[in-house]
Design a protein around this ligand. Structure first.
Ligand SMILES: NC(=O)c1ccc[n+]([C@@H]2O[C@H](COP(=O)([O-])OP(=O)(O)OC[C@H]3O[C@@H](n4cnc5c(N)ncnc54)[C@H](OP(=O)(O)O)[C@@H]3O)[C@@H](O)[C@H]2O)c1
Length: 417
């Protein structure tokens, strides 16, 4: 029955989660999207969620069982989080339905299981919206760059961090003030930890590693550093070095297996594509061995832009073409090893140490350039070192009175290094 309707080109869609993205998806479907019919909306506390612009032919429910026992063809999961979203996606796939989701944590951490279920029960699993919101980067890599051999993916994958870092660079306000402003304007969640500390971007770069590099990894193995604690002086120092501060996510393909990967604040050259992405935008730069670098830029979040990606997956399922993704996520074998990034220069802010350079040298970190001394802090650039060497120096110096309170890698020749 379901398959017949798919073949006839009219997919019955159930929307689970009528929040920011869910409402935008509903508006597109109600406005008319070829081959798709919104038939059901599932959310807790329906009485509170009901809106007049949803036509009466669409039924409302608070029960996922109503959805799973109905004859809808596709379940669109837009409640977010793991519990109960993951279990509901499992059950939908086991019921032979296709699933479309924007849930990066579920795909990054449980993709293998979900894609296995999709394969076993014949459903499709679309996840374009799980990375970089409305930017069609999964489809772009999988289809557009199919003939290339992708060796590196680097990007700004968290709009909240980019908004905060852009704001800090252009004002003397303190981190906490800028964060509170971002929260007040809806650019940051009430609990911003997943964004600021890198867990959101960690899940996204893990997904990109799987579909772009063919290297499925355990997301939690990717090193994450927080953007918390950066201050105006760091942004001034970055400018002196011809750089901007960005939260950068990187995954590099290693041969014959594994990746180098990291997420965290870094200095990037002002003339780089990463620096030119301002505010809440995202960018994904894909380096191919054959085609060189390809960039994807746009709105990485927001109800309408994310809904565009969700509905694109639905349309792909309705068309029955290859890209609602079941076959593009590598599910066989164990997750591959994640290695730290290689040696590069670091920008350091060191406080409490009058002889920071000497102390760092004693830890094996040599100073290539001292920038300034202000408010008891020394700002400097090191020679190329690994993250582990910087961590070791932080620990060693903390045993005395010297504190390395900011340590940002400088990427791709930043600072003329
Ligand atoms: N917003 C964006 O810009 C964006 C961008 C990219 C990806 N995403 C992803 O898209 C998904 C949805 O995000 P969103 O921003 O639309 O979230 P949201 O505004 O918080 O909406 C979530 C909806 O799901 C409902 N819900 C939550 N838990 C539920 C449960 N246990 N049972 C029934 N309903 C439940 C909520 O109901 P209540 O109203 O009662 O809370 C709310 O209506 C997430 O995976 C998110 O990461 C969002």
């Amino acid at each position: 029955m379901t398959r017949e309707r798919e073949a006839a080109g009219t997919l019955g869609v159930a929307l689970v989660g009528f929040g920011t993205v869910g409402q935008s998806v509903a508006r597109i479907l109600i406005g008319g999207a070829e081959g798709l019919r919104l038939v059901r909306i599932c959310n807790r506390h329906v009485a509170r969620k009901r809106v007049a612009w949803v036509p009466e032919r669409v039924s409302w429910t608070e029960s996922i069982d109503d959805v799973l026992t109905s004859d809808v063809d596709v379940v669109v999961e837009l409640i977010g989080g793991t519990d109960p979203a993951l279990e509901w996606m499992r059950r939908a796939l086991e019921a032979g339905k296709s699933v479309v989701t924007a849930n990066k944590q579920a795909i990054a951490h449980h993709g293998t299981e979900l894609f296995s279920l999709a394969r076993r029960y014949g459903g499709r699993l679309g996840f374009e919206a799980s990375v970089a919101g409305g930017i069609p980067v999964i489809r772009g890599i999988q289809e557009g760059l199919a003939a290339d051999e992708v060796v590196r993916i680097q990007g700004i994958l968290n709009g909240t961090c980019n908004f905060i870092l852009s704001a800090l660079a252009s004002s003397p306000l303190a981190f906490e003030t800028v964060l509170a402003d971002a929260q007040a304007h809806g650019f940051a969640e009430a609990d911003p930890s997943a964004d600021l500390d890198g867990l959101d971007a960690q899940a996204k770069i893990a997904i990109l590693s799987a579909i772009g590099l063919g290297r499925r990894v355990d997301p939690s193995a990717i090193e994450c550093r927080s953007i918390r604690g950066l201050e105006t002086g760091d942004f001034d120092a970055a400018r002196t070095l011809g750089c901007a501060v960005r939260q950068v996510s990187t995954a590099e393909r290693m041969e014959p297996a594994g990746v180098r990967a990291a997420v965290g604040p870094a200095l990037v050259r002002l003339d780089s594509r990463l620096a030119q992405v301002e505010g809440s935008e995202n960018v994904v730069l894909v380096d191919g061995a054959r085609g060189g670098q390809t960039g994807f830029v746009g709105h990485g979040a927001g109800g309408d832009s994310t809904a565009v990606a969700v509905v694109a997956d639905l349309m792909a399922i309705a068309r029955r073409d290859g890209h609602a993704a079941t076959d593009c996520f590598p599910i066989d074998g164990e997750p591959q090893a994640v290695h730290p990034m290689g040696a590069r220069p670091y920008y350091l802010r060191v406080s409490g140490g009058t002889a920071a350079a000497t102390q760092l040298a004693a830890c094996g970190v040599s100073v290539a350039r001292s920038l300034d001394v202000a408010n008891g802090c020394v700002r400097l650039v090191t020679a190329a070192v690994t993250g582990a060497e910087v961590e070791a120096a932080i620990e060693t110096l903390a045993a005395g009175s010297t504190r390395i309170s900011a340590a940002l890698p400088m990427l791709d020749g930043a600072g003329g290094a």
